[in-house]
Design a protein around this ligand. Structure first.
Ligand code: THU
Length: 144
């Protein structure tokens, strides 16, 4: 898939996200999402959404990629970019919970590349998709 105007490395990341999308476990929504997280060693951690009969235990693709990377030994801040893809009309929009988790584990200026199956894409940053976020630093600035 060609992502017109997107750099070669981010296009490759989007292709990896698409591969992860095919592994989604989505018996309830039938809505597949894939994510690919690039780390500071050049490795790519994949994530897909994994649903549950009780619905709320469902894990989004973005969090699957982040949690898998952390479980695999990466630490917060060691991530370079994340690509996310879904079968949406325009580029997929990560949910609020995933935005909050991105804020926790990634640098504010880390690129977030969002795309769809037609090759549409947009790029922002972790802080760009969750302005005014409650962050780990917020806990340090208590009045008492
Ligand atoms: N979902 C993701 O995995 N990532 C997103 O960015 C949006 C939503 C999943 C959760 C659920 O399995 C399905 O998409 C429908 O909400």
């Amino acid at each position: 898939m060609a992502y017109e105007g997107l750099s070669e490395s981010y296009s490759a990341l989007m292709d990896a996200a698409k591969e992860a999308m095919s592994r989604a476990y989505v018996p309830y929504s039938n809505f597949r999402v894939g994510a690919a997280l690039l780390d500071d060693a050049g490795h790519i951690h994949l994530g897909c959404n994994i649903e549950n009969a009780a619905y709320s235990p469902t894990n989004c693709a973005e969090r699957t990629a982040l949690f898998s990377a952390i479980a695999g030994g990466k630490r917060p801040g060691q991530f370079k970019a994340i690509a996310v893809i879904g079968d949406t009309e325009g580029p997929i929009a990560p949910c609020g919970v995933c935005r909050q988790v991105l804020v926790e584990l990634c640098a504010p200026d880390m690129p977030v590349i969002m795309g769809n199956l037609s090759g549409l894409w947009t790029i922002s940053t972790v802080s760009g998709i969750l302005p005014g976020a409650f962050t780990p630093a917020s806990l340090e600035n208590r009045e008492r």
